[in-house]
Write a protein that binds this ligand. Structure first.
Ligand SMILES: Cc1cc2nc3c(=O)[nH]c(=O)nc-3n(C[C@H](O)[C@H](O)[C@H](O)COP(=O)(O)OP(=O)(O)OC[C@H]3O[C@@H](n4cnc5c(N)ncnc54)[C@H](O)[C@@H]3O)c2cc1C
Length: 282
């Protein structure tokens, strides 16, 4: 277990934004996580989908990053702290299908389940058959949890995701190729590892007839890419990524997001919803 006192959360977040936390713990396995969950705390994975506040956080902040996983036939059983990329690679090695479209999504399995991470028409939710959750000091098992678009029962009802059972399928032999194509598509359009951001800032827009309008397209049309507030700007290859161009504060990002929302509302009558989790002390 690694413990840090009075370090800024910016050092731990992919956005490189966030003030100090009273205490930061990196739990590298389930035992360390269980020990760390005492008193008041927040739990994150690799902080690739969060915007931490400039004022920092008063409670202990735990990052669950690590743990064990194994494959048993078509079942993948994994601690929530395991990197999503690691289990995708293992499933491809075993010739299993289900996770190939998610190749390249950063973060942990826990973060992916919490936000029902998805890409290229696939989501993790339908593969998740059982989840072990810690809530108010007790460990529960939830079978076939409910998911929605970037939404889950965990997002709505809380609890710390400890472990999950995913049901994959025998592959067709093309899964590795598909995963590599997804990685190439990301390299063309998405920010590289060096760019500080938290993924797509807004959710795509679900129309009543089921169509999805990419938020990036609406943002492109309102001139998002020219905008900048303090250190926060918009990624040049994709208008739905707000990036920290150097020294951005959470307040810069929020101000920029507000302007973007106002412009989209004015031009299209659509209110964009944030996909990035804006973290604040209650
Ligand atoms: C360049 C880039 C590209 C991205 N592309 C995609 C994409 O294509 N599709 C997509 O869906 N996302 C994408 N993301 C967003 C992000 O990678 C995913 O949402 C990822 O699943 C978050 O995992 P994490 O471990 O970093 O979660 P964190 O950012 O650490 O946490 C996110 C939320 O999950 C909660 N959480 C994390 N772990 C647990 C746990 N064990 N128990 C309970 N709650 C938990 C946290 O409290 C927080 O509210 C991208 C991000 C970046 C930076």
């Amino acid at each position: 277990m690694k413990r840090f006192k009075n370090l800024p959360l910016s050092k731990f977040s992919r956005f490189r934004i966030g003030g100090p936390a009273k205490e930061i713990i990196i739990a590298e396995n389930r035992k360390e996580l269980m020990e760390a969950m005492e008193g008041d705390f927040w739990v994150f994975g690799q902080a690739t989908n969060v915007l931490f506040p400039d004022e920092g956080l008063g409670k202990r902040v735990i990052f669950f990053q690590g743990g064990e996983f194994h494959l048993d036939g078509e079942w993948l059983i994994s601690d929530a702290g395991v990197a999503l990329g690691e289990i995708i690679e293992a499933s491809l090695r075993e010739g299993l299908a289900g996770l190939e479209n998610l190749a390249g999504i950063p973060g942990t399995l826990g973060g992916a389940i919490y936000g029902n991470a998805g890409a290229f028409g696939s989501e993790i939710g339908p593969l998740v058959r059982e989840v072990e959750v810690w809530k108010e000091g007790k460990v529960h098992r939830i079978k076939n949890p409910e998911f929605g678009y970037r939404d889950s029962v965990f997002k709505r009802q809380g609890g710390v995701i400890l472990r999950a059972w995913l049901k994959l399928k025998r592959g067709t032999g093309r899964e590795r190729e598909i995963a590599e194509e997804r990685l190439r598509a990301r390299a063309r359009k998405h920010p590289s590892q060096q760019v500080a951001c938290a993924g797509s800032f807004f959710k795509n827009v679900l129309m009543p007839d089921g169509r999805k309008i990419p938020a990036g397209r609406l943002l492109e049309e309102v001139g998002a890419k020219e905008l900048r507030v303090g250190g926060a700007g918009v990624f040049e290859k994709h208008a739905n990524f707000i990036v920290n161009m150097g020294g951005a504060k959470a307040k810069d990002v929020l101000r920029l997001a507000k302007i973007l929302k106002e412009r989209v509302k004015e031009k299209f009558g659509i209110t964009l919803q944030e996909e990035v989790i804006i973290v604040e002390d209650p």
